[in-house]
Design a protein around this ligand. Structure first.
Ligand SMILES: *Cc1c(COP(=O)(O)O)cnc(C)c1O
Length: 283
């Protein structure tokens, strides 16, 4: 048993009580973040905290702690749980109130929950690459918010899972948007392509790190959409997220990318990414 962050306190896991009328539970009315911890150190924590507050603002919710306080609480949580390499999951719901769709009136405080999980880096996927499948993007039009409402992503990921694939590559009318829980990049003639960060995708922190990596190795980046047809014609393709890092995609719906081999540009980006990881260890 370990410790959970509950509002502004760190308590024992079994002390947490989730109310049946928590709006996160009933409506998915809330937001979340997943932060990677490498050897006890939180990676890009400020970016994640900034995005959480930005998501909160977009759903007209105000988090009743400062960013500094939240940072401190998360750091304490990692230490108390003795987390080495893994993740922190944390979410904020709009709070507890008698069930009604509209925002609760009066002094209803958002509910914060955070916990950690040991989770090794996905070394085999990073090395060998994974399979993916195209799935229609049926999500709403505010995919830029990291909301607890994940049904569209859940259904897409399940479809991928049933097909033996690691990820669902989502598309709207054949334009690739992103993965169910990742951002999608293609490489053609040495140029890196990814969907622009608008309302149709979640702007991944890892996406930003990868764009920075590309610039550092003098690789041109074009934030323009590509189609499912173009995706299959890319020289290389990969997906990114906090836990997936830079995961090469070597096959989509049975069709090989780069003859089913991880390409050289992807390797270079992975190496550049590696230099940014706190005290990187291969475990
Ligand atoms: C969280 C998420 C990502 C990846 O974001 P990171 O900050 O890199 O972990 C991509 N797409 C969706 C839909 C997500 O929810």
């Amino acid at each position: 048993m370990g410790f959970t962050l509950w509002n502004d306190k760190i308590v024992k896991d079994d002390e947490v009580i989730i109310d049946k009328e928590d709006r996160g539970y009933q409506f998915g009315d809330g937001i979340y973040e997943v932060v990677k911890v490498y050897n006890g150190e939180m990676f890009t924590i400020n970016e994640h905290i900034d995005r959480l507050y930005a998501s909160a603002e977009k759903i007209r919710m105000s988090i009743p702690y400062s960013k500094e306080k939240l940072h401190q609480l998360l750091k304490e949580l990692v230490e108390k749980n003795g987390l080495g390499t893994g993740i922190i999951y944390f979410q904020v719901s709009r709070g507890v109130a008698p069930r009604a769709h509209q925002f609760p009136e009066g002094d209803v405080k958002p509910v914060l929950i955070g916990y950690t999980r040991e989770n090794p880096r996905p070394m085999e996927n990073l090395e060998k690459g994974v399979k993916a499948t195209f799935v229609e993007d049926i999500r709403w039009l505010r995919c830029d918010i990291k909301t607890l409402n994940l049904l569209g992503a859940v259904l897409a990921k399940q479809e991928a899972h049933e097909k033996g694939c690691y990820e669902a590559i989502l598309h709207r009318h054949n334009t690739v948007t992103e993965g169910a829980s990742t951002n999608v990049f293609g490489i053609k003639d040495g140029i890196l392509y990814t969907h622009p960060a608008n309302n149709l995708i979640l702007k991944g922190i890892t996406r930003d790190v990868v764009i920075a990596c590309a610039e550092e190795i003098n690789m041109p980046v074009k934030e323009i959409p590509f189609t499912t047809y173009e995706a299959l014609k890319m020289d290389e393709l990969f997906v990114t997220s906090t836990t997936s890092e830079i995961t090469p995609v070597i096959e989509i719906d049975g069709k090989f990318i780069n003859d089913g081999k991880v390409g050289e540009w992807t390797r270079k980006l992975q190496q550049q990414f590696e230099t940014k990881i706190p005290k990187a260890l291969h475990i």
